[in-house]
Ligand binder design. Structure first.
Ligand SMILES: [Zn+2]
Ligand SMILES: [Zn+2]
Length: 292
């Protein structure tokens, strides 16, 4: 499977000097699994996708899995090119939040006066699937394999897990049914404690690629730089992200959801420190392509 990091920032987009190497788009990771196109979160990074990048024969079908509905994870959705294509079928998965169903949240977010279009103005066919933690999803059930109506494809299995973040957030684990390769997308989250920490370690155990929140450093989290303790702000430090990867013995660790003010040089230094502790780690950058 091919992984394309379309946006690797957290909180808000960044640009200018110091944001060239790692980029400034907010969270979105695309997974190309043979002819399937899946996206984890729809931050500003998703707006870099072009419809003509798709591959036949199911290139008109797109699967978007939202961790949660904070702006940095949905802001690119109104500009996702397939939404403007009448041939597209877009399946959006995510949780209800803030007293709104996913459908209600979607309709409130994409409408005037916040945006010129509302959902019904988009030519694409959009299906909303409300999900929660502990579910197993087969996106292939929306793609037929053969003539029979009951023969649905099973390209992959996607499991969900509840993260620790204000308002909640979902982690996703994708397992390729053909090769058994695994990918976990886990942002935004604090490092849970006790039993919940053990459950998170189990969820990511030995995966081929772990993409995880590393918004703060331990020193920032303790408030050493600005006197503000950020331990319950719903994010991990990069030291905790490295610890999670080590405990779970993952194959590769992608440090992700970079602080919006963290410049290239600092990310380079963090990457070096991370590699000293866990060799197979890297700070993900916008438009990075890796294959697992
Ligand atoms: Zn975020
Ligand atoms: Zn968030």
């Amino acid at each position: 499977m091919k992984i394309i990091f379309r946006g690797t920032r957290g909180t808000s987009p960044s640009s200018g000097e110091g944001f060239v190497k790692y980029g400034g788009n907010t969270s979105c990771v695309e997974v190309k699994l043979r002819d399937m196109q899946l996206f984890f979160d729809a931050g500003t990074g998703i707006s870099s996708y072009r419809v003509d990048e798709g591959e036949s024969p199911v290139s008109n079908k797109y699967f978007i899995f939202l961790s949660h509905l904070h702006y940095d994870h949905i802001q690119g959705l109104p500009f996702f090119a397939p939404m403007f294509d009448g041939a597209s079928e877009i399946h959006i998965y995510g949780s209800s939040s803030g007293g709104l169903s996913l459908q209600e949240a979607f309709e409130q977010f994409i409408r005037p006066p916040y945006h010129p279009l509302s959902r019904t103005n988009y030519p694409a066919k959009i299906a909303i699937h409300e999900i929660g933690p502990g579910e197993i999803i087969n996106p292939g059930e929306h793609i037929q394999k053969g003539e029979s109506e009951h023969s649905k494809r099973e390209d992959c299995r996607i499991e969900t897990f509840a993260l620790q973040h204000p308002g909640g957030s979902l982690a996703y684990k994708l397992t390729d049914s053909e090769t058994g390769k695994t990918f976990v997308y886990a942002t935004d989250t604090e490092m849970p404690r006790g039993e919940r920490k053990r459950a998170l370690v189990d969820f990511v155990r030995a995966v081929n690629l772990l993409v995880v929140d590393s918004f703060f450093t331990d020193a920032e989290m303790r408030g050493e730089l600005d006197g503000k303790d950020k331990r319950d702000w719903g994010h991990m430090s990069f030291e905790e992200a490295v610890e999670l990867a080590s405990l779970a013995e993952v194959e590769q660790l992608a440090l992700f959801h970079h602080h919006n003010k963290r410049k290239d040089e600092e990310l380079d230094r963090l990457q070096e420190r991370a590699r000293a502790l866990f060799k197979a780690s890297f700070c993900a950058y916008d438009n990075q392509l890796i294959e697992i």
